[in-house]
Design a protein around this ligand. Sequence first.
Ligand SMILES: N[C@@H](CCC(=O)N[C@@H](CS)C(=O)NCC(=O)O)C(=O)O
Length: 346
Amino acid sequence: MFRRAFSAAAVFGFGWGGAGQKEQFEVGREVKMPNISVLRPEKALKNDVLVSRKIVNELDKTKLNIRLYQYETCPFCCKVRAYLDYHGFSYEVVEVNPVTRSQIKFSTDYKKVPIVRVNDEFSLTESSLVVSQLATLLVRPERTLEEIRGMYPSVESTDEKGKAVQLHPNKYFVMMEKNCTAAEMAAAKEEREWREWVDEHFIHLISPNVYRTFPEALETFRWFQEVGDWHRTFPSWERCLAVYSGALVMWGIAGRLKKKYNIVDERKAMADACDKWMAAIGPTRKFMGGDRPNLADLSLYGAMQSFYGCTAFQEVCSSGPISEWYARMKSAVEKREGAYLLAARK
Ligand SMILES: N[C@@H](CCC(=O)N[C@@H](CS)C(=O)NCC(=O)O)C(=O)O
Protein backbone atom coordinates (compact mmCIF):
# COMPACT_ATOMS: atom_id res chain seq x y z
CA MET A 1 0.00 0.00 0.00
CA PHE A 2 2.79 2.34 1.00
CA ARG A 3 4.55 1.62 -2.28
CA ARG A 4 1.46 2.64 -4.17
CA ALA A 5 1.08 5.88 -2.28
CA PHE A 6 4.72 6.42 -2.98
CA SER A 7 4.50 5.83 -6.70
CA ALA A 8 1.42 7.97 -7.06
CA ALA A 9 2.97 10.72 -5.05
CA ALA A 10 6.02 10.66 -7.23
CA VAL A 11 4.24 12.32 -10.05
CA PHE A 12 2.03 14.92 -8.45
CA GLY A 13 2.84 18.50 -9.14
CA PHE A 14 0.86 20.10 -6.39
CA GLY A 15 1.39 22.78 -3.91
CA TRP A 16 -0.20 24.82 -1.20
CA GLY A 17 -1.73 28.18 -0.93
CA GLY A 18 -3.19 30.69 1.44
CA ALA A 19 -6.72 32.01 1.33
CA GLY A 20 -6.04 34.11 -1.75
CA GLN A 21 -4.91 31.17 -3.85
CA LYS A 22 -7.77 29.01 -2.67
CA GLU A 23 -10.21 31.61 -3.86
CA GLN A 24 -8.40 31.74 -7.19
CA PHE A 25 -8.85 27.99 -7.56
CA GLU A 26 -12.54 28.04 -6.70
CA VAL A 27 -13.17 30.75 -9.24
CA GLY A 28 -11.32 28.68 -11.84
CA ARG A 29 -13.56 25.71 -11.25
CA GLU A 30 -16.85 27.58 -11.00
CA VAL A 31 -17.08 28.52 -14.64
CA LYS A 32 -19.03 31.71 -15.16
CA MET A 33 -20.05 31.21 -18.79
CA PRO A 34 -23.69 31.25 -19.85
CA ASN A 35 -23.52 28.06 -21.96
CA ILE A 36 -21.39 26.06 -19.51
CA SER A 37 -22.50 24.29 -16.37
CA VAL A 38 -20.50 22.31 -13.81
CA LEU A 39 -22.37 19.48 -12.10
CA ARG A 40 -21.13 17.69 -9.00
CA PRO A 41 -22.91 14.39 -8.44
CA GLU A 42 -23.30 13.42 -4.78
CA LYS A 43 -23.14 9.68 -5.36
CA ALA A 44 -21.75 7.22 -7.85
CA LEU A 45 -24.24 5.72 -10.29
CA LYS A 46 -24.80 1.97 -10.02
CA ASN A 47 -21.80 -0.02 -11.29
CA ASP A 48 -19.85 3.16 -11.84
CA VAL A 49 -17.22 5.24 -10.06
CA LEU A 50 -17.93 8.61 -8.47
CA VAL A 51 -17.65 11.44 -10.96
CA SER A 52 -16.02 14.47 -9.27
CA ARG A 53 -17.53 16.94 -11.69
CA LYS A 54 -19.15 17.08 -15.07
CA ILE A 55 -18.55 20.07 -17.31
CA VAL A 56 -21.30 20.57 -19.86
CA ASN A 57 -20.98 22.98 -22.76
CA GLU A 58 -24.23 23.27 -24.70
CA LEU A 59 -22.24 24.28 -27.79
CA ASP A 60 -20.10 21.12 -27.88
CA LYS A 61 -21.39 19.31 -30.97
CA THR A 62 -18.93 16.43 -31.03
CA LYS A 63 -21.40 14.06 -29.32
CA LEU A 64 -18.36 12.50 -27.69
CA ASN A 65 -18.77 11.19 -24.20
CA ILE A 66 -15.40 12.07 -22.68
CA ARG A 67 -14.31 11.02 -19.22
CA LEU A 68 -10.97 12.16 -17.83
CA TYR A 69 -9.40 9.94 -15.17
CA GLN A 70 -6.92 12.15 -13.40
CA TYR A 71 -5.12 13.53 -10.38
CA GLU A 72 -6.27 17.12 -10.04
CA THR A 73 -2.76 18.56 -9.83
CA CYS A 74 -0.77 16.15 -11.97
CA PRO A 75 0.90 18.36 -14.60
CA PHE A 76 0.08 15.91 -17.40
CA CYS A 77 -3.61 15.88 -16.41
CA CYS A 78 -3.62 19.68 -16.08
CA LYS A 79 -2.30 19.92 -19.65
CA VAL A 80 -5.19 17.84 -20.96
CA ARG A 81 -7.74 19.83 -18.91
CA ALA A 82 -6.30 23.12 -20.21
CA TYR A 83 -6.80 21.82 -23.74
CA LEU A 84 -10.35 20.55 -23.12
CA ASP A 85 -11.41 23.72 -21.30
CA TYR A 86 -9.95 26.20 -23.77
CA HIS A 87 -11.78 24.44 -26.60
CA GLY A 88 -15.00 24.10 -24.64
CA PHE A 89 -15.35 20.31 -24.63
CA SER A 90 -17.97 18.73 -22.38
CA TYR A 91 -16.37 16.10 -20.16
CA GLU A 92 -16.52 14.26 -16.89
CA VAL A 93 -13.71 14.22 -14.35
CA VAL A 94 -12.98 11.19 -12.20
CA GLU A 95 -10.45 11.79 -9.46
CA VAL A 96 -8.28 8.69 -9.15
CA ASN A 97 -7.32 7.56 -5.67
CA PRO A 98 -3.50 7.63 -5.70
CA VAL A 99 -3.34 4.92 -3.04
CA THR A 100 -5.68 2.30 -4.49
CA ARG A 101 -6.07 3.56 -8.07
CA SER A 102 -9.30 1.55 -8.05
CA GLN A 103 -11.01 3.96 -10.48
CA ILE A 104 -8.70 2.89 -13.31
CA LYS A 105 -8.82 -0.84 -12.70
CA PHE A 106 -10.61 -1.19 -16.06
CA SER A 107 -7.31 -0.23 -17.68
CA THR A 108 -5.24 -3.36 -17.44
CA ASP A 109 -2.26 -2.39 -19.58
CA TYR A 110 -1.89 1.30 -18.72
CA LYS A 111 -1.70 2.40 -15.10
CA LYS A 112 -0.88 6.09 -15.31
CA VAL A 113 -3.07 9.15 -15.51
CA PRO A 114 -4.39 10.96 -17.47
CA ILE A 115 -6.60 8.41 -19.19
CA VAL A 116 -9.23 9.88 -21.49
CA ARG A 117 -12.03 7.38 -21.95
CA VAL A 118 -14.20 8.02 -25.00
CA ASN A 119 -17.80 6.74 -25.21
CA ASP A 120 -16.70 4.03 -22.80
CA GLU A 121 -15.28 2.30 -25.89
CA PHE A 122 -11.60 3.17 -26.02
CA SER A 123 -8.99 5.06 -24.04
CA LEU A 124 -6.58 7.78 -25.11
CA THR A 125 -3.36 7.95 -23.11
CA GLU A 126 -0.15 10.01 -23.03
CA SER A 127 -1.09 13.63 -22.47
CA SER A 128 0.64 15.17 -25.49
CA LEU A 129 -0.63 12.44 -27.77
CA VAL A 130 -4.19 12.95 -26.46
CA VAL A 131 -3.93 16.68 -27.15
CA SER A 132 -2.63 16.10 -30.70
CA GLN A 133 -5.39 13.58 -31.41
CA LEU A 134 -8.12 15.93 -30.17
CA ALA A 135 -6.51 18.85 -32.02
CA THR A 136 -6.58 16.79 -35.23
CA LEU A 137 -10.24 16.02 -34.61
CA LEU A 138 -10.97 19.74 -34.51
CA VAL A 139 -9.24 20.47 -37.83
CA ARG A 140 -10.55 17.29 -39.49
CA PRO A 141 -14.25 17.24 -38.53
CA GLU A 142 -15.00 14.65 -41.22
CA ARG A 143 -12.84 12.07 -39.39
CA THR A 144 -13.88 10.08 -36.34
CA LEU A 145 -11.64 9.98 -33.31
CA GLU A 146 -11.10 6.27 -33.92
CA GLU A 147 -9.79 7.00 -37.40
CA ILE A 148 -7.55 9.70 -36.00
CA ARG A 149 -6.08 7.28 -33.46
CA GLY A 150 -4.89 5.22 -36.40
CA MET A 151 -2.86 8.19 -37.64
CA TYR A 152 -0.60 7.89 -34.57
CA PRO A 153 1.12 4.50 -34.79
CA SER A 154 3.21 3.33 -31.86
CA VAL A 155 6.64 1.74 -31.91
CA GLU A 156 7.97 -0.48 -29.16
CA SER A 157 11.06 0.66 -27.34
CA THR A 158 12.71 0.29 -23.92
CA ASP A 159 13.03 2.95 -21.24
CA GLU A 160 16.15 3.74 -19.17
CA LYS A 161 15.36 0.77 -16.88
CA GLY A 162 15.07 -1.59 -19.82
CA LYS A 163 11.27 -1.84 -19.52
CA ALA A 164 9.26 -2.15 -22.75
CA VAL A 165 7.40 1.07 -23.60
CA GLN A 166 5.24 2.21 -26.51
CA LEU A 167 6.43 5.40 -28.18
CA HIS A 168 4.48 7.57 -30.60
CA PRO A 169 7.04 9.29 -32.83
CA ASN A 170 4.50 11.78 -34.21
CA LYS A 171 2.83 12.64 -30.91
CA TYR A 172 3.46 16.38 -31.25
CA PHE A 173 2.03 16.54 -34.78
CA VAL A 174 -1.44 17.79 -35.64
CA MET A 175 -2.48 16.01 -38.83
CA MET A 176 -3.57 18.88 -41.04
CA GLU A 177 -5.05 18.00 -44.40
CA LYS A 178 -4.57 21.28 -46.21
CA ASN A 179 -1.25 22.39 -47.66
CA CYS A 180 0.41 24.82 -45.29
CA THR A 181 2.29 27.97 -46.20
CA ALA A 182 5.94 28.30 -45.19
CA ALA A 183 4.91 30.62 -42.33
CA GLU A 184 2.32 28.09 -41.07
CA MET A 185 4.89 25.32 -41.23
CA ALA A 186 7.40 27.38 -39.26
CA ALA A 187 4.74 28.16 -36.63
CA ALA A 188 3.81 24.47 -36.37
CA LYS A 189 7.46 23.52 -35.92
CA GLU A 190 7.91 26.10 -33.17
CA GLU A 191 4.76 24.82 -31.47
CA ARG A 192 5.98 21.21 -31.56
CA GLU A 193 9.44 22.10 -30.22
CA TRP A 194 8.04 24.05 -27.28
CA ARG A 195 5.48 21.39 -26.43
CA GLU A 196 8.35 18.96 -26.22
CA TRP A 197 10.32 21.44 -24.08
CA VAL A 198 7.42 21.56 -21.62
CA ASP A 199 7.38 17.75 -21.35
CA GLU A 200 11.11 17.18 -21.35
CA HIS A 201 12.34 20.19 -19.40
CA PHE A 202 9.75 22.32 -17.63
CA ILE A 203 7.76 19.51 -16.00
CA HIS A 204 10.97 18.04 -14.54
CA LEU A 205 11.51 21.27 -12.60
CA ILE A 206 8.21 21.05 -10.74
CA SER A 207 8.89 18.28 -8.21
CA PRO A 208 12.29 19.59 -7.06
CA ASN A 209 10.60 22.93 -6.43
CA VAL A 210 7.36 21.93 -4.72
CA TYR A 211 8.92 19.22 -2.52
CA ARG A 212 12.13 21.16 -1.83
CA THR A 213 11.91 20.82 1.97
CA PHE A 214 9.81 18.54 4.15
CA PRO A 215 7.50 21.36 5.37
CA GLU A 216 7.03 22.49 1.76
CA ALA A 217 6.26 18.91 0.68
CA LEU A 218 3.72 18.55 3.51
CA GLU A 219 1.99 21.79 2.61
CA THR A 220 1.95 20.63 -0.98
CA PHE A 221 0.17 17.41 -0.09
CA ARG A 222 -2.29 19.17 2.23
CA TRP A 223 -3.22 21.50 -0.56
CA PHE A 224 -3.59 18.62 -2.95
CA GLN A 225 -5.94 16.89 -0.53
CA GLU A 226 -8.05 20.03 -0.55
CA VAL A 227 -8.18 20.79 -4.27
CA GLY A 228 -8.42 17.14 -5.24
CA ASP A 229 -11.69 16.84 -3.26
CA TRP A 230 -10.21 13.90 -1.37
CA HIS A 231 -12.58 14.45 1.56
CA ARG A 232 -15.48 13.67 -0.76
CA THR A 233 -13.96 10.73 -2.56
CA PHE A 234 -11.44 8.93 -0.32
CA PRO A 235 -11.69 7.60 3.26
CA SER A 236 -9.74 9.51 5.92
CA TRP A 237 -7.10 6.81 6.51
CA GLU A 238 -6.18 6.90 2.82
CA ARG A 239 -5.94 10.70 2.87
CA CYS A 240 -3.75 10.62 5.92
CA LEU A 241 -1.50 7.93 4.48
CA ALA A 242 -1.15 9.73 1.17
CA VAL A 243 -0.41 13.12 2.77
CA TYR A 244 2.25 12.03 5.26
CA SER A 245 3.89 9.18 3.39
CA GLY A 246 3.67 11.12 0.14
CA ALA A 247 5.32 14.22 1.62
CA LEU A 248 8.13 12.20 3.13
CA VAL A 249 8.78 10.15 0.05
CA MET A 250 8.53 13.06 -2.35
CA TRP A 251 10.90 15.16 -0.32
CA GLY A 252 13.46 12.35 -0.79
CA ILE A 253 12.65 11.89 -4.47
CA ALA A 254 12.89 15.63 -5.16
CA GLY A 255 16.53 15.50 -4.05
CA ARG A 256 17.25 12.58 -6.38
CA LEU A 257 15.49 14.30 -9.29
CA LYS A 258 17.61 17.39 -8.73
CA LYS A 259 20.71 15.27 -9.24
CA LYS A 260 19.25 13.36 -12.18
CA TYR A 261 18.43 16.55 -14.08
CA ASN A 262 21.57 18.41 -12.94
CA ILE A 263 19.59 21.09 -11.14
CA VAL A 264 21.76 23.12 -8.79
CA ASP A 265 19.27 25.76 -7.66
CA GLU A 266 15.69 24.67 -8.34
CA ARG A 267 14.14 28.13 -7.99
CA LYS A 268 16.70 29.64 -10.36
CA ALA A 269 16.19 26.81 -12.86
CA MET A 270 12.45 27.50 -12.83
CA ALA A 271 12.98 31.26 -13.17
CA ASP A 272 15.39 30.69 -16.08
CA ALA A 273 12.85 28.45 -17.80
CA CYS A 274 10.16 31.12 -17.46
CA ASP A 275 12.54 33.75 -18.88
CA LYS A 276 13.42 31.47 -21.77
CA TRP A 277 9.75 30.98 -22.59
CA MET A 278 9.01 34.70 -22.48
CA ALA A 279 12.06 35.42 -24.65
CA ALA A 280 10.78 32.91 -27.20
CA ILE A 281 7.40 34.67 -27.32
CA GLY A 282 9.17 38.00 -27.74
CA PRO A 283 7.88 41.50 -27.14
CA THR A 284 5.15 41.65 -29.77
CA ARG A 285 3.17 38.41 -29.39
CA LYS A 286 0.48 37.97 -26.73
CA PHE A 287 0.91 34.21 -26.88
CA MET A 288 3.29 31.91 -28.69
CA GLY A 289 0.35 31.29 -31.01
CA GLY A 290 0.07 35.06 -31.70
CA ASP A 291 -3.28 36.57 -30.73
CA ARG A 292 -4.58 33.16 -29.67
CA PRO A 293 -2.87 30.48 -27.59
CA ASN A 294 -1.41 27.55 -29.51
CA LEU A 295 -0.83 24.03 -28.13
CA ALA A 296 2.53 25.04 -26.63
CA ASP A 297 0.86 27.88 -24.70
CA LEU A 298 -1.82 25.50 -23.45
CA SER A 299 0.76 22.92 -22.51
CA LEU A 300 2.89 25.28 -20.42
CA TYR A 301 -0.18 26.87 -18.86
CA GLY A 302 -1.46 23.44 -17.84
CA ALA A 303 1.91 22.46 -16.37
CA MET A 304 2.07 25.73 -14.42
CA GLN A 305 -1.49 25.40 -13.21
CA SER A 306 -0.51 22.17 -11.51
CA PHE A 307 1.47 24.10 -8.88
CA TYR A 308 -0.05 27.57 -8.86
CA GLY A 309 -0.83 27.30 -5.15
CA CYS A 310 2.77 26.46 -4.24
CA THR A 311 5.37 28.67 -2.64
CA ALA A 312 7.44 27.96 -5.75
CA PHE A 313 4.77 29.48 -7.97
CA GLN A 314 4.47 32.50 -5.68
CA GLU A 315 8.21 33.03 -5.63
CA VAL A 316 8.94 32.46 -9.31
CA CYS A 317 5.85 32.87 -11.46
CA SER A 318 3.60 35.38 -9.71
CA SER A 319 5.41 38.50 -10.87
CA GLY A 320 7.11 39.79 -14.01
CA PRO A 321 6.27 39.06 -17.65
CA ILE A 322 5.47 35.36 -17.06
CA SER A 323 2.68 36.34 -14.64
CA GLU A 324 1.13 38.58 -17.30
CA TRP A 325 1.22 35.77 -19.87
CA TYR A 326 -0.21 33.35 -17.26
CA ALA A 327 -3.07 35.76 -16.50
CA ARG A 328 -3.87 36.06 -20.22
CA MET A 329 -3.87 32.26 -20.53
CA LYS A 330 -6.06 31.81 -17.46
CA SER A 331 -8.61 34.21 -18.85
CA ALA A 332 -8.56 32.60 -22.33
CA VAL A 333 -9.01 29.10 -20.89
CA GLU A 334 -11.69 30.01 -18.37
CA LYS A 335 -13.66 31.92 -21.01
CA ARG A 336 -13.37 28.97 -23.42
CA GLU A 337 -12.03 31.33 -26.07
CA GLY A 338 -11.19 28.42 -28.38
CA ALA A 339 -14.75 27.07 -28.37
CA TYR A 340 -15.53 28.58 -31.78
CA LEU A 341 -14.07 25.46 -33.42
CA LEU A 342 -16.50 23.11 -31.65
CA ALA A 343 -19.39 25.51 -32.16
CA ALA A 344 -18.73 25.57 -35.93
CA ARG A 345 -19.10 21.80 -36.30
CA LYS A 346 -22.10 20.49 -38.18
N1 LIG B 1 3.94 10.55 -20.32
C1 LIG B 1 2.74 10.44 -19.55
C2 LIG B 1 3.11 10.62 -18.09
C3 LIG B 1 1.93 10.35 -17.17
C4 LIG B 1 2.36 10.19 -15.74
O1 LIG B 1 3.54 9.97 -15.43
N2 LIG B 1 1.39 10.26 -14.87
C5 LIG B 1 1.65 10.06 -13.47
C6 LIG B 1 0.82 11.06 -12.67
S1 LIG B 1 1.43 12.72 -12.80
C7 LIG B 1 1.18 8.66 -13.04
O2 LIG B 1 0.05 8.31 -13.29
N3 LIG B 1 2.06 7.88 -12.39
C8 LIG B 1 1.73 6.56 -11.88
C9 LIG B 1 1.11 6.55 -10.53
O3 LIG B 1 0.78 7.58 -9.95
O4 LIG B 1 0.90 5.49 -10.00
C10 LIG B 1 1.75 11.51 -20.02
O5 LIG B 1 2.19 12.50 -20.63
O6 LIG B 1 0.52 11.34 -19.85
